[in-house]
Design a protein around this ligand. Structure first.
Ligand code: TEU
Ligand code: CA
Length: 556
């Protein structure tokens, strides 16, 4: 297996709007990131991924781009970006950008031209269709954010496709000009020296011929079988890699929406030369039964183990995964998979032990390193995320849920949970800005904040730093082969990993009670490399883990 910087490097995702506000207008910005580069370097992360920083009307916070080669004025200028890139590199870190190539903004000039005239050369940059026989949308496709995926354009009497909001028209990748436009935008940033791209919903770029109706199945299945994995997709991914990414010392990370363990190889197997890695949705959605909000199943450890194993086996020696436990689209990791109340400290650390010892490129989301939690928004006026707002509107209109119930669901699963401003200190708005932020700060910044954790050797922040350092020094964390113990145990997650001569055992207690297990050989206390408690209860070959205790022991 080929070892490389982007396999071993830890990716840290920055959601710029919420990271740090340098000019106190309530919105995070590029200079705010520059101010925190020392912090990031000290955290021991290697690759910064910025969620979109390009010009955008912000219908979906930058995932609706109106100019791929300019900086969103709220975030700063091109000079700020150049400085950020240079300083990131000076500090020995890399920088990747978010490529949103499936759709652009309806305020992009391509779409404005396309809308003006059916004869415009830009018309064919998008997907236009006549109404169906009954005058309605051309087919039954639903948008990811509710409602039909087709929007009617009065002037031309045709509908255009938007798999996300109506302000995010899908680009027509069948048109070679569209592909060249995107490749040129990529080259623009790569020529500046960026180190790669995270590729937003990249599995959706090729649409099924004739836009056939979706069958009456769950939304996840529809994504897999109807929206993602289209007929010309792999041809384009190959082309993009050959013409662009492979020409630079850069890598591609796909957002694996609609990819399952059976077809993942088509995207990432080394011999395919398409993408360098992907993160899938099975872990991120393991408590979401079918589409966000409605059905939430309780966290089930054995199910999570199965998912990890299934994917590990699927890519073993053939391709490479990134591994994410949270991002700007999901509720907070410690609130979903841990216990953000009595065992906040222990469970946040334990979850990170698990994440940092899974194979694949480690992908951290901003704020998880201090154990940031979900927020309780008190009214719909406080909700900012378009997905949550659409859900609310649709369900209040149809009277499916009461206002209270809908808000409750949004508070559990909504994307704003992960988008509250980073809590730098216990000062006003968590030290993010002295102005009221675009999205309310989580009031728990009084106790959960960077400044406080900096000075506490026992903090989650210092735990992340230490563990990331150990991970850098031990390839077994990144590349090791797995052997699981007590697979069906619903409380304990135990595995051995081996890489060359290096061997470790990881043991994690996911329950709120003590839990014991037996090791083949008597464990040696001196060989404990990571422990989220100050002590470990060992008696002969038996180890007893306290609630949410997690340990890593060297076995050589
Ligand atoms: O997300 C795509 C995506 O699949 C998410 O919408 C996901 O399904 C949802 O949040 C889970 O319920 C990407 C971006 O990460 C997201 O922020 C954008 O809104 C979306 O694409 C459109 O660009
Ligand atoms: Ca600002």
């Amino acid at each position: 297996m080929e070892l490389s910087w982007f396999k071993k490097g830890t990716i840290y995702q920055i959601y710029p709007r919420s990271f740090n506000d340098s000019n106190n207008d309530g919105i995070g910005d590029l200079r705010g990131i520059i101010e925190k580069l020392d912090y990031l370097q000290k955290l021991n992360v290697d690759i910064l991924w910025l969620s979109p920083i390009f010009s955008s009307p912000n219908d979906d916070n930058g995932y609706d781009i109106s100019d791929y080669c300019s900086i969103m004025p709220e975030f700063g200028s091109m000079d700020d970006f150049d400085e950020l890139l240079e300083k990131t590199h000076e500090k020995g870190m890399r920088l990747i950008l978010d490529l949103v190539a499936n759709h652009c903004s309806d305020e992009h000039e391509w779409f404005e031209h396309a809308k003006k005239s059916k004869n415009s050369p830009y018309r064919d940059y998008f997907h236009w269709r006549k109404p169906s026989a009954n005058g309605g949308p051309p087919n039954n496709w639903k948008s990811f954010f509710g409602g039909s995926a087709w929007e009617y354009d009065e002037a031309s009497g045709e509908y255009y496709l938007h798999l996300f909001t109506r302000k995010q028209p899908d680009l027509n990748w069948e048109n070679p000009k569209v592909r060249e436009e995107i490749y040129n935008a990529m080259r623009f940033w790569l020529d500046k020296g960026v180190d790669g791209f995270r590729m937003d919903v990249i599995p959706l770029i090729s649409k099924r011929e004739g836009y056939p109706d979706a069958p009456n199945v769950g939304f996840r299945k529809i994504i897999e079988d109807v929206y993602a994995n289209g007929p010309t997709l792999h041809q384009y991914l190959k082309e993009m890699n050959e013409k662009v990414v492979s020409q630079y010392d850069a890598f591609s990370l796909a957002e694996g929406v609609g990819i399952n363990h059976d077809n993942a190889g088509l995207y990432i197997n080394y011999d395919r030369k398409e993408l360098d890695m992907l993160y899938h949705f099975d872990i991120l959605e393991c408590t979401i039964v079918n589409g966000k909000f409605e059905e939430v199943s309780p966290f089930d450890l054995v199910n999570m183990k199965r998912i990890f194993k299934k994917w590990r086996d699927a890519v073993h020696e053939k391709g490479w995964l990134a591994n994410a436990m949270g991002n700007h689209d999901f509720a907070r990791m410690v609130s979903r998979f841990g216990n953000d109340k009595e065992y906040w400290l222990e469970s946040a650390k334990m979850l990170f032990i698990m994440q940092a010892t899974q194979n694949g490129t480690l992908n951290i989301y901003q704020g998880d390193e201090i154990g940031m939690t979900n927020i309780k928004l008190n009214s719909i006026e406080e909700v900012k995320d378009v997905q949550s707002l659409n859900f609310y509107e649709e369900n209040i209109e149809t009277k499916k849920y009461s206002e209270e119930m809908a808000l409750d669901m949004i508070n559990k699963e909504g994307r704003d949970n992960a988008r509250t401003p980073i809590q730098w200190s216990d000062e006003i708005n968590g030290g993010f800005s002295i102005t009221e932020p675009w999205l309310r700060s989580n009031p728990n910044y009084n106790s959960i904040n960077v400044r406080r954790q900096e000075s506490d050797p026992n903090s989650i922040l210092n735990f992340y730093r230490d563990l990331l350092k150990v991970r850098k020094e031990n390839d077994v964390f990144v590349y090791g082969d797995f052997e699981e113990l007590e697979f069906e145990n619903p409380n304990l997650y135990i595995y051995k990993k081996q890489f060359g001569k290096q061997r470790i055992i990881v043991a994690l207690n996911f329950s709120e009670k003590d839990a014991s297990f037996i090791m083949e050989d008597k464990p040696s206390i001196e060989h404990i490399i990571i422990n989220n408690y100050t002590e470990l209860d060992v008696e002969d070959n038996q180890i007893c883990l306290q609630p949410y205790q997690g340990i890593i022991i060297r076995l050589d």
